[in-house]
Design a protein around this ligand. Structure first.
Ligand code: ARG
Ligand code: ZN
Length: 853
């Protein structure tokens, strides 16, 4: 049964302290909880959540309860008659080894670890598993000292001893009351990398990073990133760390990226381990940003948490915004913004147009894990960013300070956040708050009119949000529209408009000549823009706008138009004009200030971004237009790419902004050059000479996308070389799965037999199947349905093992309505076969049932 946001009721019982003990055993772990319980709602029965638990015993104020005093079901425990205030002791047994859902206490290889967000704690102990019940934890862990040298939980270690039999007992105490979703436990053997951080007020915090044995050197970057994040949050938001120790553990089996458990973050090892030989620039970027993200949660998430799960964006949207700002300050602000915009325009726009459409604060939830979405996270971050744009950095920071001060130690709501922002800034945010309740992507249509006599420039802005699957009627939103006017004499002027109505006109007086208007600088609002700019205007913006994101955006619009023209039958050589080719040559020749931006300007929009520009996605036309334009550009610029390649320095690998930019441009050149067989030698050389993973992967992807005859041989060499490294093999699996060639099915079948592949490991499954369904449109959308069937089989196999991951895999099928009749039917067939299966997980059921007619 789905829950609604409006059904919220304050907890009937609170629990102030909890002593939790674990006697670890892979198939029979004993868990004991001693809780101090208080009734808040007179007459209420005590209801505790609990799933997949074996109940051993319940004691109330020291008296053992017999079965007639409680009701046990598959979802929990009810004690109808309890005193107003009492001590409750419950003992349960669980089997971490059999926990393949990776929720609650499970085994990642030989390591015991937990994942409790959103509702995993109920798989450990009977408890009110909701984020507004905060209590103080004291945790005792017992395990064999030799096999498990490290026994970790939240907070500070208060005791540690080993008995004569070699059984170790460690106790932890976390002074900060927390909801159970932030509880964590880890037991295992690791390499430990340590450091320390002196906070701005002078406290010395011990930093501990736990990684697989032998991987210590690969942990260094993450640890340094953590220190940068700690410093950054002090400097930007005056937020300081609050415990004496901060631990990060990398595990090999993890459903998501990482988890911000108080004082004990648990990470997917993919987002911790890095060295030049095995990680790409993209991996380094992700590690820094996720390390930052989880650290920033300590304030926005942990010190102030969510009242209920409908409020998830309160912590996630805000924390993504914070990690984006951190990344922008650590590396290239333009590049990190471009990455964020790409994600919104592809995945988020697609979600808003799908049966799973929801506002950043959802209204209806069946399975909470289904709402850790690009909408809640990334559109949520866009909403926070718009607030900062509207209020300005300073007032925004004051608002955040007020919010954290007012709600420290509490479980808050999105409304609380808005109220704090409003109180600190004096702005009326009533209309702005609609962003929390309205789903869908606004379409912004802009018109400009210049009157040479009156010297007036009129800008007409119109917004419209189409109905979404979850919501029929839409209202006008408050949209901050950042604009730059480019004048013929090279002067420029900036302006921020606040669109509040469905249609509004802004008139600028005393405008000497008609300017070219740069709309939505820095993507100031998450909308689809329709504007009348000519192709000349777009090229001028691409060359001259002061915001790098706007320059990139103009080129994206430019490419989209040319791609559309080709899709409608225009010949490529008439669409890609000689003037354009000359301009691109110029960009490649000049040692531009920002090499990475040059690479982005020359990168065509990806399939998903283009798809979102159509109601019915013309799969074949998009793919064929993309490939013919790419080939034509490769031919027209063949010398320019080679020359650019020669001109670029090739410094020894360091993850450093300038070097990342050089590599980005070099790889752009290679991706075009791979189209031409004459450059096989160059590509081969690059592959052989590469001394870092970024360069290696670039050649592999370039040759793969170009359908180059080189690819199979390079790929096999790569698989051979890295067969012992699971994280690198994920890259190999993805290379096999994203191959646009027909042989992809045989390749995926073979990889399922690879010794590194396992259905139980989410990274492996995603590397093969998410890569295939999300990044191989050519083969996934085949007209014979083989792509859909492959995904269907994978989901069917995975659902009983790991519902969270299987429900994520189904996403591309949900959008069946967006395709032509043939594909619609094939996708629908797949969904109906899923729906017909018995024992479908809640996760999958919610998505499949929402998508069926
Ligand atoms: N709070 C985690 C993060 O930073 C995400 C964990 C969600 N896990 C889940 N199984 N739903 O962003
Ligand atoms: Zn988060």
């Amino acid at each position: 049964i789905a829950r609604s946001r409006h059904d919220y009721q304050a907890p009937a019982f609170t629990i102030k302290t909890m002593q939790l003990s674990f006697n670890l055993h892979s198939t029979a772990t004993r868990v004991t909880a001693v809780m101090q319980v208080n009734r808040e709602t007179p007459g209420a029965a005590l209801q505790l959540d609990g799933q997949h638990l074996t109940l051993i015993a319940i004691t109330l104020d020291g008296r053992k309860l017999s079965a007639e005093h409680y009701q046990l079901s598959a979802d929990g425990l009810v004690l109808p008659e309890v005193p107003d205030s009492f001590e409750l002791c419950i003992e349960t047994e669980i089997a971490p080894q059999h926990n393949t859902a990776l929720e609650g206490l499970y085994m990642a290889g030989n390591t015991y670890c937990t994942q409790c967000e959103a509702e995993g704690f109920r798989r450990i102990m009977f408890f009110p598993d909701r984020p507004d019940v905060l209590c103080q934890y004291t945790v005792t862990i017992k395990a064999d000292a030799k096999t498990y040298p490290y026994l970790l939980s939240n907070g500070n270690k208060i005791s540690d001893h080993i008995d004569e039999l070699g059984l170790r007992t460690v106790q932890w105490h976390d002074p900060f009351p927390k909801p159970c979703y932030l509880f964590a436990l880890v037991a295992g053997d690791f390499d430990l990398v340590t450091d320390n951080f002196i906070t701005q007020s002078g406290r010395d915090v011990r930093l501990e990073l736990f990684v697989d044995k032998g991987a210590a050197a690969k942990g260094d970057f993450a640890l340094q990133a953590l220190k940068r994040a700690m410093r950054w949050d002090e400097q930007r938001f005056n937020l300081e760390y609050d415990l004496d120790i901060y631990m990060v553990v990398a595990v090999d089996f993890f459903n998501m990226g990482a988890m911000e458990n108080k004082g004990l973050n648990i990470f997917n090892s993919k987002y911790v381990l890095a060295d030049a030989a095995s990680a790409t620039d993209r991996d380094y970027f992700n590690i820094e940003s996720i390390i930052g993200h989880e650290y920033f949660h300590n304030w926005t998430g942990n010190r102030v948490t969510c009242r209920d799960w409908f409020q998830l964006s309160l912590k996630e949207g805000l924390t993504v915004f914070r990690d984006q700002e951190f990344s922008a300050d650590m590396g290239s602000a333009t590049l990190s913004r471009i990455d964020a915009v790409k994600l919104i325009r592809s995945a988020q726009f697609a979600e808003d147009a799908s049966p799973m459409a929801h506002p950043i604060r959802p209204e209806q939830v069946l399975e909470m894990n289904n709402f850790y979405t690009v909408t809640v996270y990334d559109k949520g971050a866009e909403v926070i960013r718009m607030l900062q744009t509207l209020l300005g950095r300073q007032l925004f920071a004051s608002g955040l300070t007020l919010y954290l001060k007012r709600h420290d130690g509490q479980a808050a709501t999105c409304d609380d956040f808005i109220r704090a922002m409003q109180d600190a800034s004096g702005y009326d945010l009533t209309q702005f708050a609609l962003w929390y309740s309205q789903s869908g992507t606004p379409v912004l249509t802009v018109k400009q009119q210049y009157d040479a006599d009156t010297k007036q420039l009129s800008l007409t802005l119109r917004q419209e949000t189409a109905a979404t699957a979850d919501q029929a009627t839409k209202q006008a939103l408050l949209l901050p529209i950042a604009v730059e006017l480019l004048f013929a004499d090279n002067s420029r002027q900036k302006q921020l408009f606040c669109l509040t109505d469905a249609e509004q006109q802004f008139v600028l007086p005393d405008v000497a000549t008609e300017p070219v208007v740069v709309w939505l600088e820095h993507f100031s609002a998450p909308v689809k823009l329709h504007c009348q700019a000519t192709t000349e205007d777009l090229l001028q913006i691409a060359a001259q706008a002061s915001d790098g994101v706007a320059r990139w955006d103009a080129m994206q619009q430019y490419w989209s138009r040319q791609i559309t023209a080709v899709m409608q039958g225009a010949a490529v050589q008439t669409v890609i004009t000689a003037e354009l080719v000359a301009l691109l040559k110029q960009w490649l020749e000049l040692p531009a200030a920002d090499l990475a931006l040059t690479a982005e300007l020359l990168t065509l929009p990806d399939f998903d971004t283009l798809a979102e520009q159509h109601d019915e996605i013309p799969v074949d036309a998009i793919l064929s237009a993309l490939s013919s334009i790419k080939m034509f550009l490769a031919q027209q610029l063949r010398e320019a790419f080679l020359q650019c390649l020669h001109n670029l320095p090739q410094p020894a690998y360091r993850y450093q902004q300038q070097d990342v930019a050089i590599r980005r441009l070099r790889h752009l050149c290679l991706s075009y050059m791979a189209q031409l067989a004459e450059y096989d030698v160059v590509l081969q050389q690059h592959y052989q000479q590469a001394d870092n993973m970024t360069d290696t992967i670039a050649v592999l992807m370039a040759t793969q996308q170009a359908g180059s005859a080189l690819f199979p041989q390079l790929r096999d060499d790569f698989c051979q070389r890295w067969q012992h490294d699971a994280l690198v093999m994920d890259k190999a699996f993805a290379l096999v799965a994203t191959d646009p060639a027909d042989t992809v099915f045989a390749g995926i079948a073979a990889m399922q037999q690879h010794r590194q592949f396992s259905w139980k490991n989410p990274n492996r499954v995603r590397a093969l199947f998410s890569a295939f369904s999300m990044r191989n449109p050519q083969q996934f959308h085949r007209l014979d349905g083989a792509g859909y069937r492959l995904l269907l089989e994978a989901i069917t196999k995975l659902d009983p093992i790991n519902p969270q991951v299987s429900a994520r895999l189904v996403t591309p099928l949900l959008s069946w309505r967006r395709f032509d009749k043939t594909r619609q039917q094939l996708m629908l067939d797949a969904l109906q076969l899923l729906a017909a299966q018995s024992n479908l997980s809640n996760d999958l059921f919610e998505k499949v049932s929402r998508s069926l007619p």
